[in-house]
Each structure stands twice: as structure tokens, then as C-alpha cells.
Design a binder for this molecule. Sequence first.
Ligand code: CDP
Length: 253
Amino acid sequence: MARRKKIYEGKAKVLYEGPEPGTFVQYFKDDATAFNAEKKDVIEGKGVLNNRLSEFFMIGLENIGVPTHFLKRINMREQLIRQVEIIPLEVIVRNYAAGTMSKRLGLEEGTRLPRPIVEFCYKDDSLGDPLVAEEHIIAFNWATQQDLDDMVALALRVNDFMSGLMYGVGIKLVDFKIEIGRIWDNDFQRLVVADEISPDSCRLWDIETGQKLDKDVFRRDLGSLADAYTEVARRLGVLPSNATHMPKPTLIN
Ligand code: CDP
């Protein structure tokens, strides 16, 4: 069989040419990176879990009328997606202070914010994805004012959906990041949620215990990342059909 053409390889995913024009295949790797790839590891099963979780969230969003790039899951590690033009911004929504917001503003992690706060970072690894203001975005033509308004509205809908879903299974959605893409219909464009939504790009804390169930487990060496993601998947009733995360066999003396 002819090898598929690789379009792009990122830190956690690979994009291949899709079976039809206007589609891509998104492959989820087991690689975990943090601090702009200074910390790296391979977490067995992470790709499988994120493929399933991202599918679950994207289908849910579609079902409540939030457009996404997701078309269908192909297998354990791959999904078929619509080809979009990615807007070079990371859209972060925060409900509680954590991570860089806590550092920047001296807020204790876990402080409830007065309302959800939407931030934009310019997507450029060599610059460390710097926080930017709407002024920069418009002046540098990364997006228009209309795009920005639409992006904020989209991000807040994703926040409401994800917060409610997580609340229902005893998890607090502290913050998350999405990427947004443009789809062109002749001269008309629409914005859709792209990339992935998974515990790699959210902060998820157990409501009762405060236990972290997201990539901070890896960033801060808090235990098994695969166990944390498996717990999220298990609570949501989303587990890979034939490949859940299994502990490695241990020798019995
Ligand atoms: O994650 P970090 O502390 O570096 O940055 P943050 O600005 O506090 O991140 C806010 C949220 O966006 C967290 O849920 C991160 O996991 C997510 N994020 C991401 O998925 N990818 C990035 N490049 C930056 C943040």
C-alpha cells in the first residue's frame, strides 16, 4: 500500500493527507512534551486515550451546535478531520487561576476568577507562544475584529459545554486551550474548533480531592499520566474499545 503523504508533524500529533480533498487524517502519538518541549517522554496509550476523548468532546460540541473540524474516528489512533486554515492563536479560557496566569498575576492556583477569562497567545514555539492583546492580533492581521468576536463566543460555548460535562463527573475545569480554524465556502468563511480537546490541553481537578487529572501530572511529576487520563475517560464512560491503559505485567516470584 502506498504510504500516505505526511503534511505536518507536531509534538503530539501527525497530520496526513486525507482520502478526499479537503480532509486530513490526524494521528495521535504517545509523545508527551512540556515547557516548550524541554521535557519529553513517551506515555504508552496516551495517543489512544486522547483520540477517544477528543472524539467524544468534538461530537458533543457538534451535537449542541458548535462547529468543529471533526468528521469521524478511523481507528484507535486516527481521526478524519476537515482541512482548515488554522488561525495562529491559542485561545485559552480560564475559570480558576493556574499555571502562567498564577505566576504572572501572583494569584494562588485554584482561585476562582470573577468570570471566565479568554486569553490569546501567538502560536510560535520559538517565542514560547507569547500572550498577545487584541491590538496585536488586529494590527498584525492574524485575525479580524469579527473573527475575534466569533472566537470569543466559540471559546465560551466550549467552556460552558466542557465545564458542565466535567462537573457531572466530579471534575473541575480549571482552564483549557483550543485552536480555531477557518473553513471556506466559496467567499464565505466560518470558524470551527480544530486541533484537539483532551487532558493534554485542559486543567482538570477532582472536585472532592483536588487531584490533578491532566498534563500537569507529567509537567510536575505527580504520578502516572496514563492513569490520570484513564480516570477521566472512565468517568465520562469513554474508554478505548479494545485497548485501555493496562499496567505492565509484573513478575511474580
Ligand atoms: O500550561 P502552562 O502553565 O504553560 O500555560 P497556561 O497559559 O497556564 O495554560 C492554560 C491552559 O492551556 C492549560 O490547560 C494548558 O494545558 C493549555 N495550554 C496548551 O494546551 N498548550 C499550550 N501551548 C499552552 C497552554
